[in-house]
Design a protein around this ligand. Structure first.
Ligand code: FES
Length: 112
């Protein structure tokens, strides 16, 4: 029997490289998990749709904590890259994934 597949609306990756950890990414990851759990946004909750994974270095070490997000939207793969992410911004990004809304512009860098 194959593993259970959970359909999701987006995947968040929070950098846990040493530079981002020095800027608070461990606490950010924990706080974001708690939020996804309590708000039932986590992919394994009823009605939930968001995945969250720890990432290795995302290549923007002087601008952490960094976070990237991937999702399918309007028939294409969309990516979002964020620098200096704090908890309120992480919550906004997760909410945009769940609601299939536009990603927040604050802290965003990289491809449009
Ligand atoms: S350690 Fe996070 S971007 Fe490099």
């Amino acid at each position: 029997m194959p593993p259970k597949y959970f359909s999701t609306r987006g995947h968040l990756l929070v950098c846990q490289g040493p530079n981002c950890q020095a800027r608070g990414s461990v606490l950010l990851q924990k706080a974001l998990w708690n939020h996804l759990e309590r708000s039932s946004l986590a992919y394994y909750k009823r009605g939930g749709s968001v995945r969250l994974t720890e990432s290795g270095c995302l290549g923007a070490c002087s601008f952490g904590p960094t976070l990237c997000v991937y999702r399918h939207r309007n028939g294409a793969l969309e990516e979002g890259w964020y620098a200096a992410v704090d908890f309120p911004l992480a919550v906004q990004i997760a909410g945009a994934l769940h609601e299939e809304a536009a990603l927040p512009g604050e802290g965003k860098y990289g491809p449009e």
